[in-house]
Design a protein around this ligand. Structure first.
Ligand code: SAH
Length: 347
């Protein structure tokens, strides 16, 4: 009878050391294998060349390594790379490498599909199929790091959790993945180079603050008026802006780290003066900067990018209030790799 073998990367280092001791080996063997699994990114037990054949066979009999597989890789004319990533159970997620002159950023997924229902986002149409495991998130980063070295001659410099899914609805696994990414036993990357983006789940934002995390937080705001926000992001009806604001104030008090608001301006939705005033007011409560992001159409007539004049009005009002505002141009649009476009079209 075929027994379902456990993914060896679900074991902590201590558990792995204990496993070897229980099997009559030295605990040191656990360290060796752990290093292969994480910092050396082994895809199979065979890769572990300094481990004896007998040990490798023993591992093979007891465990699997559910490594991701990059199924297809598309390269945009602007240099953006999109990976369609096949998981061990056949499901697919996408991750993106975004190069600039000075750095490369990995945009990674945290769920297959998404728990939330933002009307302007292609990923929301997929619904949530399951959460990604810590190793599946980690593997996406490793794959992009390799591509960064190959195409841009330097290691990955930043990571944003802005791919598929809502990271705070897969809290523990995202935290574990970040722990490995930042640990010297993994990638050893500084948490300052990592940004977790959330649609805004107040309870979980407070939990992040309580857990004393050192990475950056971005919130997809899109409107500072409850009626509008809950129309375009229906889940947010359960999380009114006042409650979100309170959680962000809590975050800042604990972490002293400024929040980035992601904000798209759409024609006839939030391009009016009341919307601008509401955003400026909201930003006064929470130390933040605002990223105005370009809308990437997803075949939905309801949403259209606002005019440049409306965007200029936002910039003028925010700057006048002393709030840092940046306009973010889309990257990788030609290969459906831009914000909100990840929808497994090729899979
Ligand atoms: N669920 C998290 C992580 C996804 S990040 C979050 O919402 O923050 C993806 C970002 O792209 C979010 O800021 C989202 O609001 C934005 N986005 C979604 N659809 C978009 C679209 N069609 N054009 C531009 N940005 C979009």
């Amino acid at each position: 009878m075929q027994i379902d073998k456990k993914d060896i990367r679900a074991l902590s280092k201590i558990q792995l050391r204990d496993f070897f001791v229980a099997n009559g080996d030295k605990s040191f063997r656990g360290n060796q294998v752990y290093e292969w699994l994480w910092s050396k990114g082994a895809h199979s037990f065979e890769d572990m060349t300094n481990v004896s054949k007998a040990t490798r066979e023993m591992l093979e009999n007891n465990f699997v390594i559910n490594h991701i597989k990059v199924d297809t890789m598309q390269r945009s004319e602007d240099g953006t790379v999109k990976n369609a990533v096949r998981l061990h159970d056949g499901l697919v997620v996408e991750s993106v490498l975004i190069p600039t002159n000075t750095r490369t950023t990995a945009c990674v997924s945290s769920q297959v599909g998404c728990s939330l229902d933002c009307n302007f986002c292609a990923t929301a149409r997929l619904k949530r199929m399951r959460n990604l495991e810590p190793a599946e998130i980690y593997d996406q980063v490793i794959a992009i790091d390799k591509e960064s070295r190959l195409y841009y001659n330097h290691p990955l410099s930043n990571i944003v959790f802005m791919g598929m899914g809502e990271p705070l609805m897969n809290y523990n696994n995202v935290m574990k993945a970040i722990e490995m990414i930042t640990s010297n036993e993994g990638l050893g990357m500084s948490p300052k180079r990592i940004t977790v983006s959330t649609s805004g789940v107040p309870k979980m934002i407070k939990k992040l603050a309580d857990d004393d995390v050192k990475f950056n937080l971005a919130v997809s705001l899109h409107s500072a008026i409850d009626e509008i926000r809950s129309r375009i992001m229906p889940f947010s009806e359960s999380f009114p802006l006042a409650e979100l604001r309170e959680s962000l104030e809590y975050w800042y008090k604990k972490t002293k780290s400024k929040i980035s608001f992601e904000y798209v301006v759409w024609k006839g939705i939030n391009d009016d003066k009341a919307s601008i005033d509401a955003l400026v007011k909201y930003c006064k409560y929470v130390p933040c900067k605002v990223n105005l992001i370009e809308y990437n159409p997803i075949d939905d007539g309801e949403f259209q990018q606002a005019s440049q004049e409306s965007i200029n009005e936002y910039i003028k009002a925010l700057e006048a209030a002393g709030i840092v505002v940046k306009v973010r141009r889309s990257r990788g649009k030609d290969i459906d790799a831009a914000c909100g476009q990840l929808a497994n079209k090729e899979a």
